[in-house]
Design a protein around this ligand. Structure first.
Ligand code: UD1
Ligand code: UDP
Length: 378
């Protein structure tokens, strides 16, 4: 069976690393043949946003580099569609494998659906119920045209059911596989060292890790200014805040003199984005994580670190219900209050429910792909 995997953005490299490894292991164990060809759309392209993950996580080299780069949603998605259609027409895959909710996900789904190529969607069924988020549009549309909907959580399965998926008339299938990011934390977490801590002269449990990259946090300078001031305050009052800065955020700051001035005077430590292994080290030694990232919210839980989410909602509601994550919104006083609450929390007393599986999501996904191949004579 020939599978075309579409990736383009940082979290997709991490998710694809798990599934590509599982494909390789499954072929060795069972002798089944899956030919996986990876297409990199080029949505993320800086060395520390792309190549570092392929190198560190030993992801097979992409077969196609579409080099689409940055642009408006329409420009980026449109360019991807054109180039993905060509790759799909040339390769004629039996199935297209897409991840998450980025513009690369949507373009992969649209190109494949119009060519009648079945789609498997990893991380299907997540919803924020906020239609202003580009990711929400991407994931709803991708789910709507997918044949195999591979869900990380019970909540994701429930969300799809509410939307009438699976649809018997379309023959679509919904399967709960567990979360591939849990697999990544377990497998690659073992390879992480403490070198990153030493490099920044940090002590375990004595710093707060922050990441911010969502359009709704960064695109309006006044909102970003408030976040910079808030993280500066937290850094002065509690523990130093260390902030690996996504290029969307650093570009925004660089191009705005007022934001730049705040950054220069701030007490937090802003650094360039780091690779996954350093990120694991940064996460598991943090006293607290403050983020607007989807993936980082879960990784906080995987490493048993409390988390404050600087958004008004989350797709990972089970983390909030379990008490490990607090939704703070974007207003400074709410973020500061949530940080203080979570710093005071005794996490040893918190339940640690099994929310994301036992590290076998990759294996479960590959089993489903093989099953689908057999059922469809591929
Ligand atoms: C994208 C995804 C988001 C995901 C995030 C992961 C969409 C709509 N959004 O957001 O769901 O959470 O990736 O990180 O697909 N840039 C660089 N170098 C790079 C990549 C980006 O400088 O290697 C800068 C460019 O100025 C670009 C901006 O970052 O315009 C935003 O990049 P883009 O890929 O459009 O969106 P992300 O914010 O990264
Ligand atoms: N990540 C990383 N280096 C960083 C910041 C994040 O390796 O400097 C990893 C993080 O550990 C997680 C993934 O990138 O696995 C999350 O990606 P991001 O926050 O960009 O996107 P989201 O998950 O919100 O879509």
């Amino acid at each position: 069976m020939k599978i075309l995997t579409i990736v383009g953005a940082r979290p997709q490299f991490i998710k694809a690393a798990v599934v590509s490894r599982a494909i390789k292991n499954c072929m060795q164990a069972t002798g089944s043949t899956i030919q996986e060809l990876i297409v990199h759309t080029g949505q993320h392209y800086d060395q520390n946003m792309s190549d570092i993950f392929f190198d560190e996580m030993q992801i097979p080299k992409p077969h196609f580099q579409l080099a689409v780069g940055s642009g408006s949603h329409a420009q980026q998605t449109g360019q991807m569609l054109i180039r993905l259609e060509e790759a799909m027409l040339n390769e004629k895959p039996d199935m297209v494998l897409i991840y998450g909710d980025t513009n690369s996900t949507l373009a992969g789904a649209m190109a494949a659906a119009k060519l009648h190529i079945p789609i498997a969607h990893v991380e299907a069924g997540l919803r924020s119920f906020n239609h202003k988020m580009p990711e929400e549009i991407n994931r709803i549309l991708a789910d709507r045209v997918s044949s195999l909907l591979l869900c990380p959580t019970d909540e994701a399965v429930k969300n799809l059911a509410t939307e009438g998926i699976p649809c018997p008339r379309l023959g679509t299938k919904v399967i709960k596989t567990g979360d591939v990011m849990n697999d990544a934390a377990l497998f690659y977490g073992k390879l992480a060292t403490n070198a990153w801590l030493k490099k920044h002269s940090l002590n375990p449990q004595k710093y707060i890790l922050a990441t911010i990259h969502r359009a709704e946090s960064t695109d309006a300078p006044e909102k970003l200014q408030k976040l910079l001031v808030t993280l500066d305050l937290i850094s002065r009052k509690h523990h130093p805040v260390v902030w690996p800065m996504h290029p969307r955020t650093s570009n925004m700051i660089r191009n705005n003199p007022e934001l730049n001035k705040t950054l220069e005077q701030a007490s937090f430590i802003a650094i360039d984005p780091i690779g996954y292994l350093d990120m694991v080290c940064a996460e598991k030694n943090a006293r607290l994580i403050v983020t607007d990232s989807g993936g980082v919210q879960k990784e906080a839980f995987f490493h048993k670190i409390p988390c404050v989410t600087m958004r008004t909602e989350t797709e990972w509601v089970e983390l909030v219900e379990a008490g490990w994550n607090k939704i703070a919104g974007l207003e400074p006083e709410n973020i500061i209050s949530a940080v203080e609450t979570m710093l005071a929390l005794d996490t040893k007393k918190l339940p640690y429910p099994d929310l994301y599986g036992s590290g076998k999501a990759g294996e479960n996904i590959v089993k489903e792909l093989i099953k689908w191949g057999k059922e469809n004579d591929k």
